[in-house]
Design a protein around this ligand. Structure first.
Ligand code: ATR
Length: 278
């Protein structure tokens, strides 16, 4: 049996098994299974042993271990190094490599969503665009790294706990940090990476009412949260006439790249798999 895992704490709500087992079936990997496992920090070492001993083939890592797992690994790929965040493990030549597929997953999504016009073939679509990021949690470094990869050179970050935003500046010195509650006059893209909105009716208390489409063309509001499908942050943006997008495609894209690392198959993100998350 080829066993795959997603590890985290808590882990009950992870939808990764649903997606990966769908692909395992679709691509006929008959002897494979993907499970979730709640892991305590003190047991990370044992997990590594299980991978070394081929008891586990591949692992997805989620909150709160994306950074904590790093000291246990033999190598990091470029994205994991740049973001100091690992969400996928795989053994090659007896070395356990840490990958970050969140970065590429978000990169795909933002390329699709922006620019909003017909110049999407541009190599650096985000050059010169103002991007405002809310939050400085575990996934935010992947978002920043992906944006940079698309040419972004004007990223403003705001987090309730300012020290955490300043910590991210150690990885990305070019970031501008703004006090929580403040906002830039106008930006082209606003991204919520906080957990505010996971509970229905919970709202980021920043007023974007003048980010009105009739005044400012091509504004995108992006929320990493996909359950609920439309947070208050996105709903207000939609009602203002801004373009909106939730984190569903990013979640599927990061899963796609992890599956590819483990199996060499690039799974298709079709309606069937998209519907699994509805
Ligand atoms: P992760 O485990 O993904 O790293 P986290 O560190 O808890 O998650 O990050 C969640 C993000 O949501 C953080 O940016 C957090 O802000 P703080 O660093 O100040 O904690 C943000 N967040 C959570 N609840 C919030 C709230 N009520 N208002 C503003 N930001 C909030």
């Amino acid at each position: 049996m080829r066993k795959y895992l997603v590890i985290g704490n808590p882990i009950e709500h992870s939808l990764s098994p649903l997606i990966h087992n769908h692909w395992i079936k679709k691509y006929n990997l008959v002897d494979s299974v993907y499970e979730k496992r709640k892991v305590e920090e003190k047991n990370l070492k044992n997990l590594i042993k299980e991978i070394k001993g081929d008891e586990i083939v591949g692992v997805n890592v989620t909150v709160p271990y994306k950074k904590l797992i790093i000291p246990f690994l033999d190598e990091l790929d470029f994205s994991a190094k740049e973001t100091q965040s690992v969400n996928t493990l795989f053994k090659t030549n007896n070395k356990i490599i840490g990958y970050n597929t969140d970065r590429a997953g978000f990169g795909d999504t933002i390329r699709e969503a922006y620019p909003l016009s017909n110049v999407s073939m541009e190599p650096q679509p985000l050059k010169g665009k103002c991007i405002f990021i809310l939050g400085a949690g575990g996934v935010t470094s992947s978002i920043i790294s992906a944006l940079k990869g698309e040419g972004a050179d004007n990223i403003i970050l705001s987090n309730r706990t300012k020290e955490k935003a300043n910590e991210l500046r150690k990885l990305f010195p070019e970031l501008e940090v703004l006090d929580w509650g403040k906002r830039p006059t106008i930006c082209n893209i606003v991204i919520n990476t906080t957990s505010v909105g996971l509970t229905k009716d919970e709202e980021v208390k920043i007023d974007f009412s003048d980010y009105d489409k009739s005044f400012h063309k091509n504004l995108l509001f992006y929320d990493l949260i996909y359950n609920p499908k439309e947070t208050v942050f996105l709903k207000k943006a939609r009602l203002r006439g801004n373009k909106t997008m939730n984190g569903k495609m990013m979640f599927l894209n990061q899963a796609k790249y992890a599956f590819n690392i483990w199996t060499n198959i690039m799974p298709e993100i079709d309606d069937d798999v998209i519907k699994l998350l509805d």
